[in-house]
Design a protein around this ligand. Structure first.
Ligand code: 2BA
Length: 108
């Protein structure tokens, strides 16, 4: 058995959960925040059988879009220099996925 931890964009998450459920995958959706952009994303947790991994990955790949996000970031405070916010554009996603071998699984 595997535990999939997938960090996806908020905009893709409802559709992803719907499609995963339709394909008989059980999913837990957790609201999370990216450390770099400090904006909301979604972490999906799913316990799956080993042989289901490829299908799961396919669904994530087909339904997670890469997007360009514009933000202004505060530069590091250097004494004597003005703190002018810097505009940046970063590519986010589609999905960041960790696959973990499950040692034990119980449901009561
Ligand atoms: P954030 O940390 O908010 O990162 C958003 C995007 O900003 C990243 O997209 C990446 O393109 C860029 N980025 C992140 N750190 C950077 C840095 N130090 N310098 C320049 N650009 C940087 P993704 O790579 O697609 O990541 C999307 C979200 O997935 C991340 O949001 C984070 O929440 C999560 N994530 C990505 N890699 C991870 C990892 N190795 N471990 C844990 N979480 C991860």
């Amino acid at each position: 058995m595997k535990l999939i931890i997938a960090i996806v964009q908020d905009e893709d998450s409802d559709n992803l959960v719907k499609i995963l459920n339709k394909n008989d995958f059980k999913v837990t959706k957790i609201s999370s925040t990216g450390g770099f952009l400090k904006s909301g994303n979604v972490t999906l947790l799913s316990g799956i059988e080993d042989e289901e991994k490829d299908r799961f990955m396919e669904i994530l790949e087909e339904n997670s879009r890469t997007r360009e996000v514009k933000r202004t970031i505060q530069p590091i405070n250097i004494p004597g220099q003005a703190m002018i916010p810097v505009p940046i554009t970063v590519k986010v996603g589609g999905a960041t996925i960790f696959v973990i071998d499950v040692f034990d699984f119980k449901k009561f």
